[in-house]
Design a protein around this ligand. Structure first.
Ligand SMILES: [Zn+2]
Ligand SMILES: [Zn+2]
Length: 265
């Protein structure tokens, strides 16, 4: 089992030391982990610092790689908060640092994070989700520096409980556009179990989108917990791996020095 999405105290929204996250991964019996701390350039909330201090971050990961080399494979990654106008910025950032793996994520729609209730004050489920997938497709097209797209239906975690629920069928054209783009460009689709913490009973994205991705010819799936604390490292992996198999996939993908490696499930 591989957890290729987790945060540490190098992210503005986590206090977990890198080593505590690694020890949790060992405790869960994981085979490999990749740290993917946040870089969200021009994030609108001044209370949270999402600028990654990249040099000491990579230095500390290298020390852990050495110290734990006999027990677990440790990789260095980053989660980029994409926005359509940041293509050049992120492209030169990624060229400057020796990451193994880069996640591209949509966290912002119209400069607002749907994580916050303020986003929903001016949106219905329909308008919020549509705007989210529209900007996701724009992000995918404006950037080429990512290996996988993170939590494709991230917004589903934060739709207010008293709003109509998300149904993928209402947005299939937009979702198809995103999936086809990833497949055409050889980018992977992440299966993110952070969704369970928000009360969902399936990963982001869920089984319908995973099946659709397979139907369209998608083959590159990568798993991540999005853990910001040790308690969530590798969480819900057994059921998620079973679900991935049920959806027809027989391989997972991981990345080393930005190159995909296929692992049989
Ligand atoms: Zn994210
Ligand atoms: Zn994350």
């Amino acid at each position: 089992m591989i957890d290729f999405h987790m945060h540490s105290c190098f992210s503005g929204d986590s206090d977990a030391p890198l080593e505590d996250q690694l020890l949790a991964a060992l405790g869960q019996g994981l085979d490999a982990l990749c740290f993917t701390d946040h870089l969200d350039y021009e994030y609108p909330d001044p209370e949270v610092d999402f600028i990654l201090d990249t040099k000491p971050y990579l230095f500390q990961i290298a020390r852990l790689q050495e110290r734990y080399s006999k027990q677990i494979s440790v990789y260095a990654g980053v989660e980029l908060g994409l926005q359509p106008h940041l293509g050049n910025f992120y492209s030169s950032y990624c060229k400057s640092w020796p990451f193994d793996y880069v996640i591209g994520s949509t966290h912002l729609v119209e400069h607002k994070d749907p994580y916050y209730p303020e986003f929903w004050a001016s949106h219905t489920t329909r308008s919020g989700v549509e705007a989210f997938f529209q900007v996701t497709l724009k992000n995918m097209k404006a950037h080429d520096c990512y290996d996988a797209y993170g939590h494709l239906d991230y917004i589903n975690r934060y739709i207010p409980r008293d709003y109509p629920a998300f149904s993928h069928t209402d947005y299939m054209d937009l979702i198809d556009g995103c999936l086809r783009h990833l497949i055409d460009k050889g980018k992977a689709l992440e299966v993110n179990t952070g969704s369970f913490r928000s009360g969902l009973s399936f990963p982001n994205p869920g089984p319908e989108i995973l099946r659709r991705y397979k139907e369209l010819g998608g083959e590159l799936l990568i798993t991540g917990s999005d853990a910001h604390t040790p308690a969530y490292v590798g969480s819900h992996f057994s059921e998620t791996y079973a679900l991935i198999r049920e959806c027809g996939f027989s391989y997972l993908t991981m990345y080393q020095q930005r190159k995909p490696i296929q692992i049989p499930l």
